[in-house]
Design a protein around this ligand. Structure first.
Ligand code: APR
Length: 311
């Protein structure tokens, strides 16, 4: 049986780390692409990862390239190409340059892999995924943005630390845009099935919610040279695996909404079912009035970022 193929565009921190997490899972052979200006870099990283195979015990292949030919007939394409934040920058500051990059990437990768499922990671996430959707003409089931798995993982990390429990016991529910107005939902966030609202004070929960919202910025300010990549890469790998194994995994992702949650013509983070066909279902939940207000604020932030797009 032919193996699955996953292309990762952008061999920088997020792209290479995604490849690193993914190759060990052996769910596909990988192609790591970057621009000709960095010729040798994707090839070098790929060869290095290949040579870890005998030590770690995987046989998956990985090819580094600056041409799109080896990407043809990919099952999944992950787009991490673009600028990352530096201290003091918001995700929204990246729109102009990343619009050019996303447009370039889509035009080059789509012809060889018109049937793939596309996962966008480039920030500002919801806006760049919308752009990729428009430029590509893909059906909405086959294009989504990675945000909620990462935001949920950050919330889960903080919950586990606060209550001194295993991260495995935690479950977190985060809705909304991948920005400071994201909406973590404490009443649906649990430890061993128990809502955290029964395990923590409001003050504790508010503190963790705030830290989750600013989770990306906290890492940017520590690194000083760029933004997070280990947890983002792991989150993408989880999504890719769910798609290729047709797991029907329900996770929050940025998807095109056409009336769901009362939102139209926007990519927005909501729970979806991921399987071999991509986004197989959008899960709608009833929101309380305060949650709806928070969601509306998040929509507003994305719409204002979107207004900087030149479509
Ligand atoms: N085509 C392909 N690759 C490109 C292009 C392009 N047109 N333009 C830039 N790149 C590549 C760069 O050469 C670089 O190797 O994208 C890579 C980006 O890597 P980093 O600078 O290390 O950035 P990274 O931390 O990986 O973040 C990438 O993901 O999480 C988001 O906010 C983050 O938007 C940023 C993106």
């Amino acid at each position: 049986m032919a193996r699955n193929k996953v292309t990762i565009v952008g061999a920088g921190n997020v792209g290479a780390t995604t490849a690193h997490w993914l190759i060990e899972r052996e769910v596909a052979d990988l192609v790591l692409v970057d621009i000709p200006q960095v010729e040798g870099m994707p090839q070098g990283k790929s060869l290095d990862m290949l040579q870890a195979g005998p030590v770690m015990g995987y046989d998956a292949q990985i090819t580094g390239t600056t041409s799109y030919e080896p990407t043809a007939n990919s099952d999944v394409v992950v787009i991490t190409a673009g600028l990352a934040r530096k201290p003091g920058m918001t995700r929204e500051d990246l729109v102009g340059r990343n619009q050019e990059i996303i447009t370039d990437v889509i035009q080059k990768v789509i012809p060889g892999s018109p049937n793939a499922i596309y996962i966008v990671v480039t920030n500002p996430l919801d806006t760049m995924t919308y752009l990729a959707y428009k430029v590509s003409g893909l059906p909405r089931e086959r294009i989504l943005g990675q945000a909620g798995v990462l935001d949920g993982a950050r919330f889960r990390t903080f919950i586990a630390q606060e209550l001194q429990v295993s991260v495995e016991n935690t479950h977190a529910f985060v809705l909304g845009g991948h920005g400071d107005e994201m909406v973590p939902l404490p009443r649906y966030s649990t430890v061993a099935g128990i809502p955290i609202t029964e395990l923590m004070t409001t003050e504790q929960i508010d503190r963790l919610v705030e830290r989750t919202r600013k989770g990306g910025a906290e890492i940017v300010s520590l690194l000083k040279t760029g933004s997070a990549y280990y947890a983002p890469g792991a989150s993408v790998a989880k999504m890719v695996e769910a798609i290729l194994k047709d797991r029907k995994l329900i996770v929050p992702c940025s998807v095109y909404l056409d009336g769901e949650y009362g939102i139209k013509d926007l990519f927005f983070g909501v729970p979806v079912k991921l399987g071999r066909k991509g986004v197989e279902q959008i899960v709608e939940i009833k929101l309380q009035p305060d949650e709806k207000i928070a969601l509306d604020k998040s929509v507003e932030l994305i719409r204002s970022t979107m207004s900087a797009l030149k479509l």
